[in-house]
Write a protein that binds this ligand. Structure first.
Ligand code: ARG
Ligand code: ZN
Length: 855
């Protein structure tokens, strides 16, 4: 069945209050739910409570038991005819959390019982109108064996607790803020707490708790610091204060995605909570900080103001990603954070937008909502908010968000509500801008700069087009904010940064007072999520890579310089590589640059990004060209790499931005040094591996070795495995590093790793570490034998029987067949077809595979 945005109707019945009574046990949990229901409007339709795999063991209306003729089950939902305007409806169900392998609803993870309800998991716990526009006040009672489950947590504030006979105990939690059921959560288990406190701007004291297995307690300090920083940041930047007496976070090992913002009780994939220098890389540290902030920020952008329906998902996700991105930028480097975010956007969202699964930020229809937790909803959604913030300026943007929060507090809102608040609070017309929510596909912008010596003017001709996407053959022009500056090559400086609004298919902008043709710096700061094409020469790009005062544009010029060389080589043109060598040399020898920025700028574009620049992706040619350029840079600048590598050896470990930047640069230097082919390369990498006092350097050295065939490779992999074989999160890196490596036998290695005793389909992190990483390894995954496709399809088929949500996330790489040669395309389609032939395939995988096959 297809759900359509246009079919939205207000609910027939509201549920102002719900009381839940859980008798928890891994094998047999009994749940009484007590709903106060109220007829919404004038109609005579029955009460319909969604259910997924539930059987009502008892149903009562206003205290009287119904017999089985007085209710029906329709497609899993419990339907009860009711006569009055308000009633009390109580239902008893029974669950077996330990056999819930989908990790949606109530499930067991390593001895804990926990929940995941977004988007539609609550209906796997109890019968309820499972839609985000039903807001209810929850009171929750948990009863369980005290030895096994000494800690009992739920949303809101703790009210009371007590002991019972037979070694059991109970706890009562009440959440005063009405919320949709997707924000419901409970956790029961043997957990240790990192306890702290935060005093809000109005002086309210909040008890903070991060709950983990006892052994993990020493790895929770970074998350706690991130939480306190987030709370202070949201007060300072958005004026948003926390609103309960407690804020709890629980880390669980088995989780379908990153984390969940349940009111007052966030539940996290442990990989986004646990961090220490021994096991976490700097990327992991940043991931913890960003996700802790993201979930915390949802308390306002998501919980206090929630979504009317799931088509509005980007209302909370796009805005919250924008908020967490800016928070992380404030905690570290704005320039580097922007570069990282754009790299992620291009790698995940641009690919999505140009393939069979492209959809608007506000989709029109879906089969399975879980498939729409996408880079488009999250990351492109964040770019839309960023563009509005740019067009409004900081003050008016804040006026807009104040209006939005005030106006919609306690409501289930829409993307349109957000845009209207920006228009009214920010005093701007966003009429055309709304197309960003409607039209899928990444806009292409062509910028042609010309010069007229007579009038001493420069003219910028801008053209835009949005490519067709599934269901949207024709597109209208978008409102595209482009930050632009024109450099005078004579002076080496520009005449000021301007914001141009491109709103027509074609538009001309004129600039006065240029004696000669200036150099165009465009889409500075990546002001719009578009693909820009220009008539800039390699010399122009080299100039910008050395002089642009916008760090993103400077990085971009460097990358474009490299892309032009590599794409040219793949196309068989003879190209001048020296411009790239010179630009890299200039960058690494510029003493004024931040090392973290240098490391970003000198990295070669990924193979996947290079593929995206070509009409048809040739994975082997791309790999060969990129590898050769890496070797050339390594060899030509070898003494510099040695020098950087020696110079960045840290004395004592720290997680400061400066220390992280030094490690980033050190790791890139190692990569180039080994790529140079220097005889002692592998030994130096092995030395870094052995000597490192932190996982960032250790993992990087391992990755560098894993892409080669030296004896040091096997030695380091063995040592790593033995050292971390009982630490799941760290062992994930062992799988991931090998699956992502440029080793000639990667396909065979991945096949063997899938059979490894430490591999399991039961843990989503492990699956993603192996098959997710492999599917992102363009050269290996697209091996022309088709074996890579088969491995991933086999995994999807097997995993679908356990965990359809996580299985469905592996499908998109197979859907990119249109971008490859006929041989590969046929092999990819055959695997998609084989998946679809599987009997009993889930809705999740069916939607992704069938859309992918249609193309
Ligand atoms: N709301 C969560 C977050 O972004 C993610 C929920 C993902 N749910 C899903 N079914 N994929 O923080
Ligand atoms: Zn989110």
């Amino acid at each position: 069945a297809i759900i359509r945005r246009a079919d939205y109707r207000v609910p027939d019945w509201l549920v102002p209050d719900i009381a839940l009574d859980f008798d928890l046990d891994a094998a047999r949990t009994r749940i009484w739910s007590d709903l106060s229901v109220a007829r919404n409007g004038d109609h005579d339709r029955p009460l319909r409570l969604d259910g997924d795999g539930l059987v009502p063991l008892a149903v009562k209306v206003d205290g009287c038991s119904l017999d089985e003729t007085e209710w029906t089950l329709e497609a899993g939902a419990l339907v009860v005819p009711l006569s009055g305007a308000t009633h009390k409806v109580a239902v008893l169900v029974e669950l077996a959390p330990e056999s819930n392998s989908k990790l949606m609803g109530l499930y067991a993870s390593g001895g804990l019982l926990c929940t995941q309800c977004e988007a539609e998991g609550f209906r796997r716990i109890t019968f309820f109108p499972d839609r985000p526009d039903i807001l209810s006040r929850y009171s929750v009672k948990l009863t369980a064996d005290k030895a096994r489950y000494p800690i009992l947590l739920a949303n809101g504030d703790p009210v009371e607790q007590g002991d019972l006979e037979g070694g059991r105990h109970w706890a009562q939690w009440n959440d005063p803020y009405p919320k949709p059921c997707y924000l419901f959560a409970l956790v029961a288990g043997d957990l240790a707490c990192n306890a702290d406190r935060f005093v809000t701007m109005s002086g309210r004291e909040v008890a903070l708790g991060i709950w983990v297995r006892e052994a993990d307690l020493p790895r929770t300090d970074h998350a706690m610091q991130a939480l306190k920083n987030s709370m202070a940041w949201d007060e300072r930047v958005y004026g948003r204060e926390y609103d309960l007496d407690v804020f709890n976070i629980v880390a669980v090992a088995d989780f379908n995605f990153g984390a969940m913002e349940n009111k007052g009780l966030n539940i996290f994939n442990s990989r986004y909570i646990l961090a220490d220098p021994e096991t976490a890389t700097d990327i992991d540290y940043d991931g913890v900080e960003g996700v802790v902030a993201h979930e915390y920020f949802h308390n306002w952008s998501g919980n206090r103001v929630t979504c009317r329906d799931w088509f509005q998902l980007s209302l909370k996700e796009g805005f919250t990603v924008f908020r967490d991105q800016n928070f992380s930028a404030d905690m570290g480097s704005h320039a580097v954070k922007r570069i990282e975010d754009v790299r992620i956007l291009r790698a995940a969202q641009f690919q999505e937008d140009s393939g069979p699964l492209a959809h608007p930020v506000r989709p029109e229809s879906y089969m399975e909502i879980s498939n729409f937790y996408t880079a488009t909803i999250y990351n492109k959604g964040a770019e839309l908010i960023r563009m509005m913030a740019l067009m409004l300026g900081a003050e008016r943007f804040r006026a807009g968000t104040d209006l939005y929060f005030d106006r919609h507090d306690g409501e289930a809102a829409t993307c349109e509500d957000f845009v209207r608040a920006m228009e009214e609070g920010g005093e701007i017309d966003l009429g055309q801008f709304r197309r960003w929510y409607e039209q899928a596909g990444t806009p292409h912008v062509r910028g042609l700069l010309s010069h007229d010596p007579v009038s001493r003017t420069a003219e910028l001709l801008l053209e835009q087009s949005v490519p067709p996407t599934p269901g949207q053959p024709d597109k209208r022009p978008m409102a595209i904010p482009l930050r632009v500056a024109l450099y005078d090559p004579a002076t080496g400086s520009h005449h000021g940064d301007q914001l141009l609004m491109l709103t027509e298919a074609q538009q001309r902008f004129t600039f006065d007072n240029f004696a000669s043709l200036p150099i165009l710096s465009i889409n500075r700061g990546f002001s719009a999520p578009v693909i820009v094409e220009t008539n800039r020469s390699q010399a122009d790009l080299a100039f910008l890579s050395a002089h642009d005062d916008d760090p993103f544009a400077r990085y971009e010029a460097m990358q474009q310089l490299m892309v032009n060389v590599l794409v040219g080589q793949v196309a068989g043109q003879s190209v001048d590589v020296t411009a790239v060598v010179d630009a890299v040399r200039n960058t690494i020898t510029d003493p004024l640059l931040d090392p973290a920025f240098v490391a970003e700028a000198i990295r070669l574009p990924s193979e996947a990004y290079l593929g995206d620049q070509m009409k048809q992706v040739d994975p082997d040619a791309i790999h060969a060209a990129r590898d050769a350029l890496q070797t050339r840079l390594g060899a030509d600048l070898e003494p510099l790499w040695r020098d950087i590598h020696a110079r960045t050896k840290a004395n004592a470990f720290a997680v400061s931005p400066a220390a992280k930047g030094a490690r980033k640069l050190r790791n890139v230097a190692l990569l180039y040094l080994v790529a140079s082919g220097a005889a002692d390369g592998p030994a130096i990498a092995y030395g870094q591996y052995s000597d490192a006092d932190n996982m960032t350097e250790r993992q990087s050295a391992l990755a560098t070795l894993a892409s080669g065939t030296s004896p040091e490779r096997e030695a380091a992999l063995d040592i790593f495995f033995n050292r971390y074989s009982d630490d799941a999160l760290t062992l994930d890196k062992w799988f991931q590093t090998q699956a992502f490596a440029f080793h000639p036998d990667t396909v065979e290695l991945v096949e063997q790793l899938g059979q490894h005793r430490a591999f399991t389909l039961g843990n989503p992190n492990r699956v993603r570490s192996l098959y997710g990483a492999f599917a992102g390894n363009q050269w290996a995954f697209h091996d022309k034998s088709g074996k890579g496709y088969r491995l991933v399809a086999d995994c999807i088929i097997a995993l679908d029987k356990l965990n359809p949500q996580t299985a469905a996330r592996l499908v998109p790489p197979l859907g990119r067949w249109k971008r490859f040669d006929e041989g590969r395309a046929a092999l990819m389609r055959a695997e998609l077809q084989r998946i679809l032939n599987e009997p009993g395939l889930s809705k999740d995988v069916t939607e992704q595979a069938s859309k992918s096959l249609e193309g």
